[in-house]
Design a protein around this ligand. Structure first.
Ligand code: PGA
Length: 252
């Protein structure tokens, strides 16, 4: 079923102590919120995941990973497998974040392998994609987004989609303070939902949560989340302060 989701992507921020404090703050401030059909996710860095999982027990916060490798195991220095994540109680992973694509060179083909590996390992995926500024300026944003989905995730079967969350993140809005307008977000989300319908069926289209990401803040969250095809947000900078993150959760 389509769910409302607010996910905090902490990126390379927060050491062990800061992770503990931020989780404590979030747990405390959302404790009394009526979070029906709403999931709250946080993605700390790898080294802090295992403890974070323990800290969120008996709360409505879930811990997810920021990335994983596509192989089962082997000579991949510095990498983490699906099995390793599962073994510490993590069953959701963010894949395809624009920083993984642009800074670490993850290609569409590699992402396709990661998506396959995640599904084979019964992991849930938060799949990120989104156009660059030049794509939007040249009016190619729909085509770019369509290709990103076609090349890395549309090989899945319809039944796999109950384990997929999509996150549309226009690259020009990530960490820049510039947000897509609620109308731009809605327009793209409706386009994606229609693609899901054409590629799969009505059920996949209606049941898949599509998050928006890119400079979501307490001040703009409500308007973005009010759009019918926006099911929540993937939050970077504003997820690092429990008051801001909580205000964004309240906006959903
Ligand atoms: P931002 O990051 O909210 O800091 O723009 C979003 C993201 O990268 O997921």
């Amino acid at each position: 079923m389509r769910q409302k989701i607010v996910a905090g992507n902490w990126k390379m921020n927060n050491n062990a102590k800061e992770t503990k404090q931020l989780i404590k703050g979030i747990k405390k401030s959302i404790k009394k919120l009526p979070l029906e059909n709403t999931r709250v996710l946080v993605a700390p860095t790898f080294v802090n995941l295992a403890k974070a999982v323990k800290r969120v027990k008996k709360s409505n916060v879930e811990v997810v990973a920021q990335n994983m490798h596509q192989s089962k195991n082997g000579a991949f220095t510095g990498e983490i497998s699906a099995d390793m994540l599962q073994s510490i109680g993590i069953s959701t992973v963010i894949l395809g974040h624009s920083e993984r694509r642009s800074v670490f060179g993850e290609t569409a083909a590699v992402l396709q392998e990661k998506v396959t590996a995640a599904i084979q390992n019964n992991m849930e995926i938060i799949f990120c994609f989104g156009e660059m500024l030049e794509d939007r300026k040249s009016n190619n944003h729909f085509k770019v987004v369509e290709n990103q989905l076609k090349n890395s995730i549309f090989h899945l079967e319809a039944r796999d989609w109950e384990h997929v969350i999509l996150a549309y993140e226009p690259v020009w809005a990530i960490g820049t303070g510039e947000t897509a307008s609620p109308e731009q977000a809605q327009e793209m989300h409706a386009f994606i939902r229609n693609l899901l319908k054409e590629t799969y069926n009505n059920e996949v289209s209606e049941n898949t949560s599509i998050l928006y990401g890119g400079s979501v803040k307490p001040a703009n969250a409500k308007e973005i989340f009010s759009k019918p095809d926006v099911d929540g947000g993937l939050i970077g900078g504003a997820a690092l302060k429990s008051e801001d993150f909580t205000a964004i959760i309240k906006a959903i």
